[in-house]
Design a protein around this ligand. Structure first.
Ligand SMILES: N[C@@H](CCC[C@H](N)C(=O)O)C(=O)O
Length: 291
């Protein structure tokens, strides 16, 4: 048994166990991650965020090659111990944790570069919490048929990577959004080999207010089940809705999730378009745990 300090944090209710492991000494197994995330027998969380110096984790070499300033690497794990490329809520909470622990600083008005398995991501302070540039997104050609328990009709999903995989479907109304039973894993046909996070989206009425698009969303996350929020899922949901809305749809979106509100923005860059995510990041308590 090893006793390790941890902090519990969340971003719009998407909650995480945060562990500082600067020298990469803690090789947590999937079973240990699942035990930490267990809501009955552990601390309870949707995932684990390990803060390790990029130089001290294999996956960090690519991050440092991309941006030598990416001193810290976010080693993200889903609640079942599986690895994902990116976590949009997690990276804001991770940044709050680095600052709180005195491990990093964000110079006034500046950004911090964080290594992730999906590439280096720049985070800066926002009016509420933090904003992260999620980088380039891709629309994949797959349109799997999505069956969600208690949603009467299966419908084709739109596949978007940011760069973790998402499949987004629209629902008809509030009742359908509420009725969906996301304790069951949505069935995708064909099923993507790497799995997918599935977002159910209800466009706002009106869809656009004061130039900002509005949607509500629920999510079933790969490796974590239904969560109160998914940052990369909010970005994928806004991108899918803009795609459905067609020409003239806005590039700024407010996404209502069960745990709060997130902001999504699309903006042009030299090589295409990036999507950014903003929202709160809260550290709730700290303690020690035996693993
Ligand atoms: N909750 C996260 C996404 C976490 C990873 C996801 N479950 C996956 O496996 O891709 C977010 O806020 O983006």
């Amino acid at each position: 048994m090893t006793t390790i300090p941890f902090t519990k944090g969340h971003g719009t209710g998407n909650d995480f166990v945060l562990i500082a492991d600067p020298d990469g000494e803690l090789d947590l197994t999937p079973a240990q991650i699942a035990a930490l995330c267990d809501r009955h027998f552990g601390i309870g969380a949707d995932g684990v965020l390990r803060a390790v110096r990029s130089a001290r984790i294999d996956a960090g070499a690519a991050a440092l090659a991309e941006d030598p300033d990416a001193e810290w690497f976010m080693d993200y794990r889903n609640a079942d111990g599986s690895i994902a490329e990116m976590c949009g809520n997690g990276i804001r909470v991770f940044t709050a944790f680095l600052l709180d622990e005195g491990l990093a600083e964000i110079p006034g008005g500046g950004t911090i570069a964080i290594g992730t398995r999906g590439g280096v991501r720049d985070v800066h302070r926002a009016s509420v919490g933090f904003s992260v540039d999620l980088g380039r997104w891709t629309l994949d050609s797959a349109e799997p048929l999505v069956h969600v328990k208690d949603v009467p009709v299966a419908r084709p999903g739109i596949s978007i990577s940011v760069p973790n995989p998402h499949v987004v479907i629209a629902v008809a109304d509030d009742d359908e959004l509420a009725a969906a039973d996301l304790t069951y894993i949505p069935q995708l046909d064909p099923a993507p080999a790497e799995g997918a996070n599935v977002e159910l989206v209800l466009p706002g009425d009106p869809l656009v207010q004061d130039g900002v698009g509005r949607i509500s969303m629920r999510v079933h996350e790969r490796g974590s089940g239904e969560t109160l929020s998914c940052g990369t899922g909010a970005a994928a949901a806004a991108l899918a809705t803009r795609h459905w809305a067609g020409a003239g749809a806005p590039n700024a979106w407010r996404v209502q999730v069960p745990g709060g509100t997130l902001g999504v923005r699309m903006f042009p860059v030299e090589e295409g378009e990036h999507v950014s995510l903003s929202g709160p990041a809260d550290l709730v308590f700290s303690g020690t745990v035996e693993i």
